[in-house]
Ligand binder design. Structure first.
Ligand code: GCU
Length: 619
């Protein structure tokens, strides 16, 4: 074979190997990790001076002016124009906007730096660097060498650290974060939420053996019948394990101690399909969120997880959980703690948001409009709250671009890979309110098919557009042909007409599928009271919810299967600039930005209480 071809082959191999070795490592909470959370140094770099030289050419690795290089002055005659020192310090995880006023509206590059010492490692062990999320683009350098780059503001990623660049102490870690918006990205330029930038979620080192289980899936076999209330004599469980590299005769043990299940496998190859029976099983549900300890051991490394086994499916026009119809009493929410005006990122934050949702008698939450941090599905698993989770294919994406589709597919894959073992996640959503066109429906239906291929065990949806003609609200978005449930956003009484327009509203749907309202809502400034006709008064929002609920009860089609009103709490948006009522906040929250519940909160709470009692009678 000609020299050139061999070279080409080796190069392609290296590229694939580099990509393969950086495939996502899932369930980091169940692995041996060292946290790199804490105080890092930063440099604000609006002109990307640290990345480009004065001719705006990308700096090379040896360039002393590159912000990924540690400034080392050999003598006082030398100069440097960057360094990482007090007082420029920032907390990780956390958006930068909420940490200092200079960052409030900042969109650009910020360089983060910290040192870390090499952890204790066995000779054949390896080290990965893992980020829960960085919004939006991350370039990662260690000891002056680039180890990787990632795009996408709401999904995790990791890079294998080449051992040859590691030092025993003071490894110089630098991350360039750029949150500028671009028309060809996901999301695109225009969103109704704050463009919080930064290393917004946990950062950790993962110590792994040379060969380890990189990803896995374990769930009830979705093809078996689960009949409501009938305990089966045995349950079929299926799934798979994917290794970080091809293994030979690797001994793998799967244990579910509470089921007295222990299985040994001798594996050769890079993956293993699993299918086995268990005699008894408490299914995970909203009123009994049963989780089982699951241990996966290869060599002397054990991966620990807590998995709930349940079945979610559509039966005609019904959503079924474990063979029983369930009405989704939902609420939408952004990943934000309004009182602190910041991105949520911790287990404590997740508990606060779910407490508010459960105060509402909700059994479901729509994580809008992007994958939230991993504490959300894990806390939802423990509480028995059902989740809709979504990639930020939002509004006017460039649907004609193959590159943009690939970015959406990457984010979809990263979202599904991370949360595929979370029982609470029942719906993957591929987008929100995308304007109907042939190109858009082709783009979006490709994502629906991708999601079903990646995970046939869950429902796939998207927030669709409602058609309106001759006084009828038509549920006829062509994307509804492809999704498992037909979800749409409607604001009858806020963006069109007044709330009493609900009394004469007509609804027709062409789809014999569950019909779900993924958004409905009205704005109110917490504490502002007036007659109900006064926009932004709490009374207006209360009136809106009363009229909407009456419409659900009296004018909706029989396939109405649930709703997730917009929205649990007020949230920051650069598009909301009414100086009396908004001041940069979207006021459709049922809870205001100080954590106070508005009048409408109690209208929805009572409606859900009624539905909960009806559901409990059926159970
Ligand atoms: C849209 C959109 C939301 C937005 C909401 C609103 O439905 O999906 O992201 O915040 O309307 O106008 O408040």
């Amino acid at each position: 074979m000609k020299k050139l071809n061999v070279f080409l082959l080796l190069t392609i191999n290296c590229l694939f190997f580099a990509q393969a070795q950086n495939d996502l490592i899932t369930n980091t909470q169940g692995r041996e990790t060292i946290s790199l959370n804490g105080t890092w140094y930063y440099i604000i770099d609006p002109y990307d001076t640290g990345f480009y030289n004065y001719r705006f050419k990308e700096r090379n690795e040896d360039d002393k002016g590159a912000y990924w290089n540690e400034p080392k002055l050999e003598s006082k005659t030398e100069w440097t124009e960057h360094d990482y020192k007090e007082p420029n310090q920032i907390n990780v995880p956390g958006d930068w906007n909420s940490q200092d006023r200079i960052f409030a509206y900042y969109e650009g590059s910020v360089w983060y730096q910290r040192d870390f010492d090499m952890p204790e490692m066995e000779p054949n062990e390896e080290l990965y660097l893992y980020f829960g999320a960085v919004n939006y683009e991350a370039h990662v350098y260690l000891n002056g060498k680039k180890i990787g780059m990632h795009k996408g503001g709401f999904t995790p990623f990791n890079f294998k650290i080449p051992t040859e660049i590691l030092k025993d102490t003071a490894n110089y870690l630098v991350v360039r974060v750029d949150n500028k918006r671009h028309s060809e990205e996901i999301p695109t330029l225009n969103t109704d939420w704050w463009n919080y930038g930064g290393i917004t979620r946990d950062v950790k080192l993962i110590v792994t053996p040379k060969q380890f289980i990189q990803q896995y899936h374990l769930q009830l076999d979705e093809n078996q019948d689960i009949v409501s209330g009938q305990k089966k004599k045995r349950y079929q469980i299926k799934g798979w394990l994917k290794f970080n590299e091809t293994v030979k005769d690797a001994a793998v043990t799967l244990k579910i101690p509470e089921l007295k299940l222990e299985k040994e496998f001798l594996v050769s190859g890079d993956s293993l399909n699993l299918a086995f029976e268990v005699k008894k099983l408490n299914l995970w549900s909203t009123h009994d969120p049963k989780l089982y300890d699951v241990n996966l051991t290869i060599g002397n490394h054990t991966l620990k997880d807590k998995i709930g086994f349940r079945k979610i499916e559509v039966d005609g026009e019904k959503i079924m959980l474990n063979g029983k119809q369930i009405f989704l009493r939902g609420i939408s929410l952004h990943e934000e703690i309004p009182q602190d005006v910041r991105r949520a990122h911790s287990k404590k934050d997740a508990k606060q948001l779910f407490k508010w949702a459960q105060d509402l008698n909700a059994n479901m939450v729509r994580l809008a409009h992007y994958p939230h941090n991993e504490y959300m599905p894990r806390v939802a698993d423990s509480l028995g709250v059902l989740l809709w989770t979504e990639i930020p294919v939002y509004w006017t994406i460039n649907f004609g671009s193959k590159e943009v589709l690939e970015k959406a597919q990457t984010q979809l894959k990263e979202m599904i890979s991370r949360d595929r073992n979370r029982a609470s996640v029942i719906i993957w959503s591929v987008g929100n309110e995308t304007p109907v066109s042939e190109t858009r429906t082709e783009f979006m239906s490709t994502l629906v098919k991708d999601a079903k291929k990646l995970d046939p065990s869950r429902l796939v949806s998207a927030a669709l557009e409602v058609g309106y003609s001759a006084g009828v609200n038509n549920v006829d978005d062509p994307l509804g042909e492809f999704t498992d449930i037909v979800s749409l956003n409607e604001y009858l009484g806020w963006y069109t007409g007044l709330p009493d327009a609900c009394r004469t509203a007509k609804w027709e749907t062409k789809y014999k599928k569950p019909f779900f309202i993924s958004e409905t809502g009205a704005g109110a400034k917490g504490g502002f009271h007036d007659v109900k006709e006064m926009r932004f008064s709490e009374e207006y929002q209360e009136w809106y919810y009363k009229e909407q609920i009456n419409m659900f009860k009296n004018r909706f089609p029989d396939n109405f299967a649930g709703l997730s009103p917009w929205i649990l709490a007020d949230f920051r948006s650069p598009r909301r600039n009414n100086p009396d009522f908004q001041e940069g906040w979207n006021r459709k929250g049922l809870i205001d930005n100080e954590g106070n519940k508005k009048l409408a909160f109690f209208v929805l709470k009572n409606y859900y209480q009624e539905l909960k009692q009806i559901q409990e009678k059926k159970d």
